[in-house]
Design a protein around this ligand. Sequence first.
Ligand SMILES: [Zn+2]
Length: 222
Amino acid sequence: MVHEVGLGWEFFAALTAFDEQIAREVAAGGCPRCGGPLHRADYGRKPRGALQGAAAEAFALRHSLCCGREGCRARALPPSLRFLGRRVYVEAVVLLASAVAQLARVPREARAATGVPARTLRRWGAWWRETFPRTSVWFALRATFSPPPPDEAELPRSLLDRFAVDHDVPGGRSKLAAICELAARCLAPMTTQSVPDGSRFVRSVFARSARPPIHAKDGDSA
Ligand SMILES: [Zn+2]
């Protein structure tokens, strides 16, 4: 599955629309520190998309919010489907390129297939298998799978494979894009601590969204 070609403009446009919606809803909740009004304070980033996500480089705006009350001015960073913390590569690439690297026999092969330096791929691999399994986002996500959950020693490939098995993809859409979008929804709370209980917040935003990505075969595990 991960050998399908990369993610297109439409994929990142959809993620950007979700980011916009999330930012609006975080703003509507007011300043987490003082309850004052949250104003937009978006800023530009220079995201890298490597080979799988080159189209992401057209979507550089990071949504950000700033309290308008004098003396507070607290900043709030809404969860994002495109960015994973401060990494310069977009999240979809941190996910996909890491999965490609797991299938590669030698580092050179992984580098050629992803356009990401081998050292970076190694660092991401360690993050997926050593750090990510200890996060609250993974605890929340793992609980949504019927047992057994994806193998933590094989992340992130085990997660993508499981999404592919558990979910039906609507006709006409790339399965890879649909699965990456679902993963982005699940990982969005990773990107910021600004929203308490981020997993629940992001799920509630998508529950009201007009565009469900893919459907769980048994109930809704997304
Ligand atoms: Zn404030």
